[in-house]
Design a protein around this ligand. Structure first.
Ligand SMILES: Nc1ncnc2c1ncn2[C@@H]1O[C@H](COP(=O)(O)OP(=O)(O)O)[C@@H](O)[C@H]1O
Ligand SMILES: Nc1ccn([C@@H]2O[C@H](COP(=O)(O)O)[C@@H](O)[C@H]2O)c(=O)n1
Ligand SMILES: [Mg+2]
Length: 484
């Protein structure tokens, strides 16, 4: 698919994204677009997908790597996380090797099929599902059990004793963790695990340990500790380390690439609740009352987040226990401005948060579809707006043309650019570029960044004509349902 020049930079940007949600856009949607059943967008390339956040977890055998991975997964409960174990890529043994399995070194880098692992990671990073062998430690075979289907995810954890050994594998990782557990503890756990789970006798376990496991740890595993970004002593017992790691991953996942380019763009932290609400209101089949209910919930979150960016002053009060509480006082010089008509859907949430707030209005007419097709029709703003912080309300940022008109008007009225906070439910990258480039000091708060704009300059995946859907005037609206 060829791309217009203007859209290319957005595609490049999206390609390099480190993984926040692009409005639930997935490969099947891309396939439909390629098949012509969904209108193409101005910013879709064949290789567009979310780049997962890849975490490497290395450490000696029985150090607690799996335990650490499980704890990370549990704490990242609102993200799609998948673990890829290096064990899955053990080479199958030849008949001869099988007869003398006690002489086989399972702790040597050559025991693993690293090319296959790289192939799997390449597919996952390109948004494709993969089938990963399910290695059987008892029969030493990688095809004894059915393969495990792994879908592309927000976070991929690559776990294994020698996962830092090959530089090509290391390069895939955004974060490297080394689980550093005392050798005696590792040996004790290994004896227990191998005798109970693998039904091996203790003599065999100890022979393998002294012949291969310990030397390989010293020669190959320990030397990779230097590549780690984080070393976790005591493995899964180290709750502080796990908490810090999870916090870091959350920050990275929440940091959209656009946010890195434009520090004044704030995408609210995605949770299952937020994605669930987006799923509902984006659904073309939803009933008006549900659309309003879930839009209101999301709008409230955006408004609350936006209010958090207002300046504050310190305030001390006395609590009923007679204690002094040092808190903050809300910013009082504040008003809202809604862009008619969809912006009016955000007024209730603003009123609910800011008692008695003044709300002005701007009506911009969209004439034609291209650039510079907007016309200011009406405005009614508080007289003293230049002294106020302004929360500009428009649920959808598309091309950015209306937003630029509205912001220009506010600036003409004397509002300092840095006093404007633009609140959206969804924002197209194109609009973000246009607004942030024209007004680098305003803040944009949004709940999701969209894939882009279609040939009609409509936001996709989008949610249609927001005002019509919210105010129930969308009865005769055509809905394009992509064929399956
Ligand atoms: N913090 C811990 N306390 C007690 N036992 C643990 C702990 N972490 C792991 N284990 C046990 O030790 C064994 C090895 O842990 P595992 O996480 O599978 O290690 P690895 O994946 O590094 O080989 C398992 O049987 C596991 O249940
Ligand atoms: N057939 C096999 C294959 C591997 N091992 C041992 O497993 C250890 C790696 O797994 P971890 O979960 O502990 O990382 C490694 O030390 C191999 O010796 C085995 O015993 N049998
Ligand atoms: Mg393990």
């Amino acid at each position: 698919m060829s791309l217009p020049m203007a859209a290319k930079s957005v595609v490049d940007l999206i390609e390099s994204s480190s993984g926040v949600h692009y409005s639930g856009f997935h490969m099947d949607a891309l396939n439909k677009i390629n098949a012509g059943t969904v209108p193409p967008t101005t910013s879709v390339a064949d290789h567009m997908y979310n780049q997962p956040f890849v975490i490497g977890v290395a450490g000696g055998a029985a150090a607690g790597k799996t335990e650490v991975c499980n704890m990370i997964i549990q704490q990242l409960h609102d993200q799609r996380v998948v673990v890829v174990n290096q064990d899955s890529f053990y080479h199958n043994l030849t008949e001869e090797e099988l007869t003398r399995v006690q002489d086989y070194n399972f702790d040597h880098p050559d025991a693993f099929d690293t090319e296959q692992l790289l192939g799997v990671m390449d597919k996952l990073k390109h948004g494709q599902a993969v089938d990963i062998p399910n290695y059987d430690f008892k029969s030493y075979k990688s095809h004894a059990f059915p393969a495990r289907r792994v879908n592309p995810s927000d976070v991929i954890i690559l776990e294994g004793i020698l996962i830092f050994h090959d530089p090509r594998v290391r390069e895939l990782m955004n974060m490297k963790i080394f689980v550093d557990t005392d050798a005696d503890v590792r040996l004790a756990r290994r004896i227990k695990r191998d005798t109970v789970q693998k039904s091996r006798d203790i003599g065999t376990v100890l022979d393998q340990y002294s012949k291969f496991v310990k030397p390989a740890f010293d020669d190959f595993i320990l030397p990779t500790k230097k590549y780690a970004d984080i070393i976790i002593p005591r493995g899964g017992d180290n709750h502080v380390a796990i908490d810090l790691i999870v916090q870091h991953i959350r920050t990275k996942l929440g940091q959209h690439d656009l946010c890195k380019i434009y520090p004044n763009l704030y995408v609210i932290q995605s949770t299952f609740q937020i994605r669930g609400m987006h799923t509902l209101i984006r659904d073309c089949q939803i009933k008006t009352h549900d659309f309003v209910f879930y839009s209101d919930r999301l709008i409230r979150l955006v408004v609350e987040h936006g209010l958090g960016h207002l300046p504050f002053t310190e305030k001390q009060i006395i609590t009923p226990t007679g204690s002094v509480y040092t808190g903050v006082d809300f910013c009082k010089r504040l008003c809202g401005v809604s862009v008619i008509r969809s912006g009016e859907s955000m007024e209730n949430a603003l009123r609910a948060c800011c008692k008695g707030i003044k709300i002005g209005k701007i009506l911009i007419h969209r004439e034609g579809e291209g650039d510079n097709s907007q016309q200011l029709i009406y405005e009614k703003l508080p007289n003293d707006i230049s002294d106020r912080h302004v929360l500009l309300l428009d649920p959808i940022l598309g091309t950015g043309n209306s937003a630029v008109q509205a912001i220009n008007l506010l600036i003409k009225k004397g509002v300092p650019e840095s006093n404007i906070i633009f609140l959206n439910l969804i924002s197209a990258p194109q609009g973000v570029h246009v607004v942030c480039k024209a007004f680098p000091r305003i803040k944009i708060v949004t709940s999701e960044i969209e894939l882009g704009l279609n040939k009609d300059y409509r936001v996709v995946p989008g949610m249609g004509e927001f005002g019509d859907r919210y105010f129930g005037t969308d009865d005769d609206q055509q809905v394009v349902v992509p064929s399956q």
